[in-house]
Design a protein around this ligand. Structure first.
Ligand code: PGA
Length: 254
């Protein structure tokens, strides 16, 4: 019922020229059958979105387009910011909201994330809302408290229909870009916890919401993660920059 989703978060990497090549190379490595099993999305930086969109549309690729961030207002005096409506006009399908780097480096709060999630839906796109604990919180056995409150506050005021379409990425902060992955069992348990949280608030929508794992996902660990009942895909950082390794992650069953 839930289609697996593998999204590449390129972070602050790639010029618009690099992006054209990366999307093309990725498409050469994937077959129509891969897209049937897995929804494949790339999230380039803002400056590369238009180029990526042009390649996807002119070559008729089945690769989805995502943005890494947006502001929640439609327009106005917000120097440097980009609105959901601007992204929607570029045929962007997904927008990441509340990535831990946005929260830690740029001070985004749960309230900001909640406003963004609503604004992304209002512009007709799908949010990929991120949550996850720090190493310290894990050691202090605060993982569920932290993730639980991020999910609860992030989803506040949404309708069950919206939540059913949402993507949530569980990304333990200590596993991001560190090469330390959560074990498949721990990642699976946390994704189950996230789904249960959604069920408590929104009932059946929890059966449709897709929960991804993120944090040092690689070709060598993806299959174990995907074997978990409540993991519906992955948000991939570093390994998504290399089309070979990203394609291997997409084709995790091979
Ligand atoms: P990573 O990043 O795969 O490089 O750990 C994941 C993410 O930040 O989304």
């Amino acid at each position: 019922m839930r289609k697996d989703l593998i999204a590449g978060n390129w972070k602050m990497h790639s010029t618009h020229l690099d992006a054209i090549q990366m999307v093309q190379k990725l498409s050469y490595r994937l077959d129509p059958g891969d897209y049937e099993r897995v929804e494949v999305v790339v999230c380039p930086p803002f400056t590369a979105l238009r180029s990526a969109q042009t390649v996807i549309e002119s070559d008729n690729l089945q690769i989805g387009l995502g943005a890494q961030h947006c502001f929640y207002e439609e327009q106005g005096a917000y120097t440097g910011e980009v609105s959901p409506q601007m992204l929607a006009k570029l045929s962007v399908d997904y927008v990441i909201a509340g990535h831990s780097e946005r929260r830690q480096v740029f001070g985004e709060t749960d309230e900001d994330v909640n406003k963004k999630v609503k604004a992304i839906f209002a512009a007709g796109m799908t949010p990929i809302m991120c949550c996850g604990e720090t190493e310290e919180e894990r050691e202090e056995e605060m993982t569920e408290a932290k993730v639980g409150s991020q999910v609860r506050l992030g989803l506040q005021g949404l309708t069950a229909d919206q939540v059913a379409k949402l993507v949530i990425a569980y990304e333990p902060i200590w596993a991001i870009g560190t090469g330390k992955t959560a074990s498949a069992d721990d990642a699976g348990d946390m994704c189950t916890f996230v789904r249960n949280m959604v069920a408590e608030q929104f009932g059946e929508a929890a059966d449709s919401v897709r929960v991804l794992y993120g944090g040092s996902v690689k070709p060598g660990n993806i299959a174990g993660l995907m074997a978990k009942r409540d993991i519906d895909g992955a948000l991939v950082g570093g390994a998504s920059l290399d089309p070979d390794s990203f394609a291997s992650i997409v084709r995790y069953w091979m």
